[in-house]
Design a protein around this ligand. Structure first.
Ligand code: PXP
Length: 240
């Protein structure tokens, strides 16, 4: 059954805006879980702009569903993951200047190094997911590693300037999911998904988990975390 991973990075963004102690990401995770979140996702960035090391430590102790740690494939992050043991890790590209993750990882150009990162993490019993574009060459490269999952980058679909482009991007996601599943990979998706664009992605055959952050936190600011998560689940079932 399709599941929802709620990304709570932007709860920490609000806290870090004042370098203070609230709002508390652990509290947000508890409320999200009470409302039906199937997992909690956080991105520990190299520059620590939102989620901090202590957040990941506390979430590891308190999350009752599953904890997905998004991180860059660096030595520092691999060491943190091996110590904290999230339920799975999503490897993402990271640039200091970017506002948010801008695209999928380039696996093709970096396969020997990145394949080694997967072996280290999965050797420590942490399943790995590659955040990649719905691109046949990248999916083929992902299948050459021992990673269990890919997360298809839905940003281009979400940002499509018109309906025709959105249809083409959706078709690329559908095709990418099919290719990945045929190659033995499990498939998640995320980035830029909202209450209005989630349903077609939720309907892609074989899709396992959607990781959604900004849209839920934006709604939560206005209507509260529990209602925002409940309503996203309804949107995923086409019932909002
Ligand atoms: N998946 C990945 C790999 C991401 O990097 C992000 C953003 O942190 C998300 C999903 C969630 O994206 P959004 O906040 O746009 O829902």
């Amino acid at each position: 059954m399709l599941t929802l991973g709620v990304n709570i990075d932007h709860i920490a963004t609000i806290r870090q805006a004042r370098r203070t102690v609230e709002p508390e990401p652990v509290a947000a995770a508890v409320l999200a879980e009470l409302a039906g979140a199937d997992g909690i996702t956080v991105h520990l960035r190299e520059d620590r702009r939102h989620i901090q090391d202590r957040d990941v430590r506390l979430l590891r102790e308190t999350v009752r569903t599953h904890l997905n740690l998004e991180m860059a494939p660096t030595e520092e992050m691999v060491a943190i993951a091996c110590q904290l043991k999230p339920d799975y890790v999503t490897l993402v590209p990271e640039k200091r200047e970017e506002v948010t993750t801008e695209g999928g990882l380039d696996l093709v150009g970096n396969l020997p190094r990145l394949g080694g990162v997967v072996e280290q993490l999965q050797g420590a019993d942490i399943p790995v997911s590659w955040f990649i574009d719905a691109d046949a060459v990248q999916i083929e490269a992902a299948a050459k590693t021992k990673a269990m999952f890919i997360e298809l980058h839905t940003g281009k679909y979400a940002d499509a300037p018109d309906g025709k482009t959105r249809e083409l991007e959706l078709a690329a996601l559908q095709e990418g999911a099919k290719q990945a599943i045929a190659a033995g990979l499990r498939v998640n998706a995320g980035h830029g998904l909202t209450y209005w664009n989630v349903y077609p992605v939720a309907c892609i055959p074989g899709m396992e988990e959607l990781n959604i952050g900004h849209s839920i936190i934006s709604r939560a600011v206005l209507v509260g975390m529990e209602r925002a998560v409940r309503e996203m689940k309804l949107a995923m079932w086409g019932k909002l």
